[in-house]
Design a protein around this ligand. Structure first.
Ligand SMILES: O=c1ccn([C@H]2C[C@H](O)[C@@H](COP(=O)(O)OP(=O)(O)OP(=O)(O)O)O2)c(=O)[nH]1
Ligand SMILES: [Mg+2]
Length: 144
């Protein structure tokens, strides 16, 4: 693999992100703490890791479908954005959409992180934009 993702474990309980199967897009993130997320509420959950992304990339923090389906637990700000230059601890905002409180266990895989390329663009203010077939149609303009 030519791109390297540097990971620093900053807590005794921290684990390296986990790729369940070779070729998986998502690297699972582990919680380093036990935490109750009350029904309808959100909590910030620690992973105990810091990362250094390859140049020109971002990481996205996404929900795990199993937690969503079985416990209505998802990532509130999905996909969470980890900027290339961020060197702080990665944390996950989990929200409990269910009717029952949910307990995050230590070492539970709470979310998954994907790495994506970022196109850096120069901002150009313009008075005129090019024509297109779609024009201003959106929000269901093309029908069902
Ligand atoms: O789920 C997340 C989302 C963000 N971050 C970290 C990495 C990211 O680079 C930084 C800022 O995130 P974001 O840009 O989404 O938040 P903001 O509210 O715009 O804060 P800032 O003003 O610091 O950019 O926080 C996380 O650890 N987890
Ligand atoms: Mg920001």
């Amino acid at each position: 693999m030519e791109h390297k993702l540097k990971i620093k474990l900053i807590h005794d309980e921290a684990k390296l992100p986990y790729r369940a199967n070779e070729g998986d897009a998502g690297l699972d993130l582990f919680s380093i703490e036990e935490k109750i997320i009350k029904a309808g509420e959100a909590e910030l959950v620690r992973t105990g890791i810091q990362i250094e992304l390859p140049e020109g990339t971002e990481a996205q923090v996404r929900p795990r479908s199993g937690l969503a389906l079985k416990h209505s637990i998802t990532v509130l700000n999905s996909p969470g954005t980890i900027d290339e230059g961020y060197r702080g601890e990665i944390k996950v905002i989990l929200i409990n959409h269910g009717k029952e409180d949910f307990k995050v266990e230590k070492h539970m895989r709470i979310a998954q992180m994907t790495i994506a390329q970022v196109l850096q663009v120069q901002l150009v203010q313009a008075e005129v934009l090019s024509n297109s077939d779609r024009d201003k149609g959106g929000f269901g303009s093309s029908g069902k």
